[in-house]
Design a protein around this ligand. Sequence first.
Ligand SMILES: C[S@@+](CC[C@H](N)C(=O)[O-])C[C@H]1O[C@@H](n2cnc3c(N)ncnc32)[C@H](O)[C@@H]1O
Length: 365
Amino acid sequence: MISVRRTIRIPLSETVSRLPQPSPVWLVLMDPKSTAQLELTFACEPVLSHGTFPFDRGRDNALGERTLVSVPPCGSEVLPVTRVRPKLSTDLGLLYETDCFNLFAALKPDSIDCVFADPPFNLGKDYGRGPMKDTLKKHEYLKWSFAWIDECVRVLKPGAALFIYILPQWGYHLASHLDERNMLFRHWIALSMKGTFPRGRKLYPAHYALLYFTKGEPKAFNHVRLPIPACRHCGKDIKDYGGHRKYLNPLGLNLTDFWEDTAPARHQKFKTRWHINELKPMIAERCIQISTVKNEIVCDPFGGGGSTFEAAQRLGRYWVGTEISTGAAIRDRFKRHFPTVRRTLPQHLAAVFKSPDPTFCLSLS
Ligand SMILES: C[S@@+](CC[C@H](N)C(=O)[O-])C[C@H]1O[C@@H](n2cnc3c(N)ncnc32)[C@H](O)[C@@H]1O
């Protein structure tokens, strides 16, 4: 058989209108401006055809044209042999460098125990692909957000948790969309925001929203406790607890839905990628602790500097994620924080990928 290597790109709009009957094909959607190149090697001449479009709810592509690459089966033995490879692999995790929609397209439904998502806020930040990508019209940004949220809902197991770190101005739209998707509201967690200033005729914005929803009744809910706050000078308790101090649980206070100790690292020297809004790993850590147990699987579709992956690795959870620009900061983070971690294949994660999977490889080489 002749092996032909090629990457195919066509505008989605054309594809959907032009293509014939649905057929069982493999398909991949990707942002053509993405740095990630999908390479597929076919054992026969590829023919474009119309597969099941995963975003089938009338959404268009807020981030511009995406590409549908579809490969006809051409006999069952036709498998792509060159695939999207992880850019980091540990005993517990896999990091890809591609659009999150590519990763979602490769994941099975009902396969993930917790998604932690910290998406771009549409504030015109340059995440390595130009600020235009983060300056969408309101309806475009929401459409794009609803599309990736729907994918999160699809890949979550029943009872699994979705956490979205977001500005309140977007949070209420996203929460309402999650409600429409039958996700169960658990909490709107307020995370205190420091160092901001009042803008125009508005109040001083002092919190970020962390939406916490589950796919039906939560399959896990673990109480997280915080140390009883003490004065950093004298070491004594900050509060007197109205004389009930002796009744406090010695393991600490129950976590509330107001987190004051999570302000992001703002100074360059404390950040993995100084220009990126990197979160304290503590935020993802708490979410993972609340909603999963050891060896369960966490997904982060917006890897950034990798704080979620660090948290998952430390807590002994499997993790899978992607970063559209570059995973270099995440690799550096792992080199610094986990110098002894084995760069092995997390076989356990094979279960989350569709089989046969059109695009995603588990191994680095
Ligand atoms: C706010 S940052 C995430 C920071 C991360 N939580 C951390 O603590 O390091 C959002 C990230 O999403 C990435 N991103 C934007 N669009 C994406 C997409 N479609 N697929 C995957 N990653 C994307 C950006 O490049 C950026 O690094």
